[in-house]
Design a protein around this ligand. Structure first.
Ligand code: HPA
Length: 243
């Protein structure tokens, strides 16, 4: 049986429909992971859940110990990760509360501990296709089965945060080809690839990115859309593990 993990982001600190079997606090050579690893059953399938920002939600995107999180999952035998994260929508169909399964990444983050290979022998992972095509296809099928409308493609731009972007930064990102903007997609995806863990993402659109709607972005707006989007994520995950 393949061991599957779900990493939850803002709006998904706990998986409410998970029947909890075990909680484990792990230490790693890279320091402490964000939270305990929760093993449980979702739709009769065993999964391991990790809250990326800690439980309760308290670790900012640039302070997350991505290396410890992915290393901990590897230690637990995880072979597949579904990463859930809130994003801003840049391109036309990426409206608030909608879900996308991105297929590409542009990394604008900086100063993060982003590799396991800085002391070992020089290794350059291939990152042409940053997300597992197999997991993406399964997510897309699960969405169709569950009757959840998603966008099955998209380029995810990862910014440093924790502030949101300026309107000009979003215009630049749009020129670059970004459809979505978030703060936690990298180095998480690359670290999973370095450890040969299959990885795909569910992006939940919390707001129109800066300058894409009238006025400023409020936390209240983000929370409202995330509540709606996360209800669909829970359904999507249930359908995904059932496939
Ligand atoms: N920008 C970056 N990250 C985000 C956003 C955004 O607009 N919304 C949710 N996460």
């Amino acid at each position: 049986m393949t061991t599957l993990a779900i990493i939850g982001g803002t709006g998904l600190t706990q998986l409410s429909n998970l029947t909890i079997l075990k909680r484990e606090q792990l230490s790693t050579p890279y320091g402490a992971p964000s939270a305990e690893f929760v093993t449980g059953e979702l739709n009769n399938t065993q999964v391991i859940f990790l809250a990326r920002h800690g439980n309760p939600h308290s670790i900012a995107p640039h302070n997350i110990n991505y290396r410890a999180n992915i290393w901990g999952l590897k230690q637990l035998g995880v072979e597949q990760i579904i990463a859930v994260a809130a994003v801003g929508g840049i391109s036309g169909d990426m409206a608030p509360a909608h879900i996308a399964i991105p297929d590409q990444i542009i990394d604008y983050s900086y100063g993060r501990k982003h590799t396991y290979f800085d002391e070992a022998a020089l290794t350059h992972i291939d990152f042409t296709y940053p997300y597992s095509q197999k997991l993406r296809s399964r997510l897309i099928s699960a969405a169709a089965d569950a009757g959840i409308k998603i966008t099955p493609l998209g380029t995810y731009g990862c910014t440093q945060g924790p502030r949101l972007e300026t309107a000009a930064e979003i215009r630049r990102m749009e020129h670059d080809g970004c459809d979505l903007v978030g703060m936690t997609g990298m180095p998480e995806a690359a670290l999973a690839k370095e450890l040969a863990i299959e990885y795909a993402a569910i992006s939940v659109i919390a707001n129109w990115a800066a300058g894409k709607s009238e006025g400023e972005i409020t936390m209240a707006e983000i929370e409202r859309h995330l509540d709606k989007g996360m209800a669909n994520v829970a359904e999507l995950l249930r359908a995904f593990v059932g496939l």
